[in-house]
Design a protein around this ligand. Structure first.
Ligand code: DGJ
Length: 359
């Protein structure tokens, strides 16, 4: 009898450990045409039985090659991927925000129930201006395979103060030139110096993700203030506009590549540091409310490669059958289309703390 009862309690645990989660470790990932999946910095959503993988459709680095736009691949098993081409394309119209040579980085697509549309957000940079524009772009489609129609590209939340900013911080004035990284500069950044500078035209928006909470609200989470501070900004019910309600996270902490998930009521955010295309050690934060406060935690990576996030940088955390998979890019800046993919199932310590390992 005792044995039977023991078995009864053990079976679910045995079953859980037997589940095989999709894992990708930086190997070449050929699609059904035999070509490495050219969808970088993106996300995967499931509609019906089909997975849709969106990402940056990058050039091969040869002279004159440019980013084609945002690509989409589909699969029913997360292993065999069919290429559906460009769902939001660049064009050859001079002065157009999507003119060839512009950048559409870190695209994320979500389904909006209120409008029955698919909404694509991305980090947008204008042709010839490097990373100076620091804008968010948004496009919509009736079909997950597109084509997506661009609604706008702009900075974010012009005229709106962050929700936690005090009157004293709102009314502060700063010397024109504070030397970077000095204690007075750090204090000024933390108090919102760059936020106030950008208030009239809107906040800078670079690396980004979109998160839909379990109450159906959507949030745009992005690197702002010269990549020094993360913003978490609420979207309206159409998921295409900011409401003006937002919080600043880890001010001065230099975080990029935000990816987020929620488990047992706790929000976990994994980010990278700011070292261009070169990998660095990931960081982690947690919060009980999406609008914070967020608590800084150590690097969630363990084992060999932990100091470089296994030579990669996160892009998205995909929920899969009750588990969470950290998706990352191993960037190849000389040939961005050949940047490799990593999918690492998130594991948890006995106290519920997430960690990542390739071992
Ligand atoms: C790091 C970002 O995470 C990438 O998306 C890209 O913008 C590179 N910087 C460019 O150097």
């Amino acid at each position: 009898m005792f044995r039977l009862i023991t078995l009864f309690f053990l079976l679910p645990a045995l079953y859980a450990s037997a589940v095989t989660l999709p894992t990708v470790k930086g190997e070449s990932l050929p699609d059904t045409d035999g070509v490495h999946v050219n969808a970088h910095g993106g996300n995967i959503i499931k509609i019906g039985d089909t997975y849709y993988w969106y990402g940056e459709q990058r050039g091969d680095g040869s002279e004159g090659s440019y980013q084609l736009g945002v690509s989409c691949y589909t699969s029913t098993d997360l292993a065999t991927w069919r290429n559906h081409g460009t769902v939001l394309a660049v064009n050859d119209r001079p002065g157009d925000p999507l003119e060839q040579g512009c950048l559409l980085e870190r695209p994320k697509v979500v389904y909006c129930p209120a409008t029955d549309k698919y909404v694509l957000w991305f980090h947008h940079e204008l042709k010839g201006r490097g990373y100076a524009a620091a804008q968010a772009g948004v496009a919509v489609a009736d079909n997950p395979l597109g084509p997506f129609t661009l609604l706008k590209t702009s900075r974010v939340n012009p005229g709106y103060y962050p929700m936690e900013m005090t009157d004293e911080q709102k009314n502060a004035t700063y010397a024109d030139k504070l030397e970077w990284w000095t204690p007075s500069w750090r204090k000024a950044v933390s108090d919102g110096m760059f936020n106030l500078r950008d208030l009239p035209g809107g906040q800078m928006a670079r690396d980004m993700t979109i998160y839909i909470d379990d109450d159906g609200r959507a949030y745009h989470i992005f690197a702002s203030e010269e990549n020094l501070t993360i913003n978490i900004a609420e979207l309206d019910s159409t998921f295409t506009r900011h409401t003006g309600r937002y919080t600043r996270v880890a001010a001065g902490g230099q975080n990029e590549a935000p990816a987020i998930f929620k488990k047992d009521g706790t929000y976990w955010m994994i980010t990278s540091g700011c070292t261009g295309w070169a990998p660095n050690a990931a960081r982690m934060m947690k919060a009980n409310s999406i609008m914070g406060p967020w608590e800084q935690l150590p690097n969630p990576c363990r084992g060999q490669g932990a100091e470089t996030t296994f030579e990669s940088q996160g892009t998205y955390i995909m929920e899969h059958e009750g588990n969470f998979i950290f998706m990352a890019d191993r960037w190849n800046p000389k040939q961005l289309n050949d940047s490799r993919h990593l999918w690492i199932p998130i594991q948890f310590d006995a106290d519920g703390t997430p960690y990542l390992t390739l071992e």
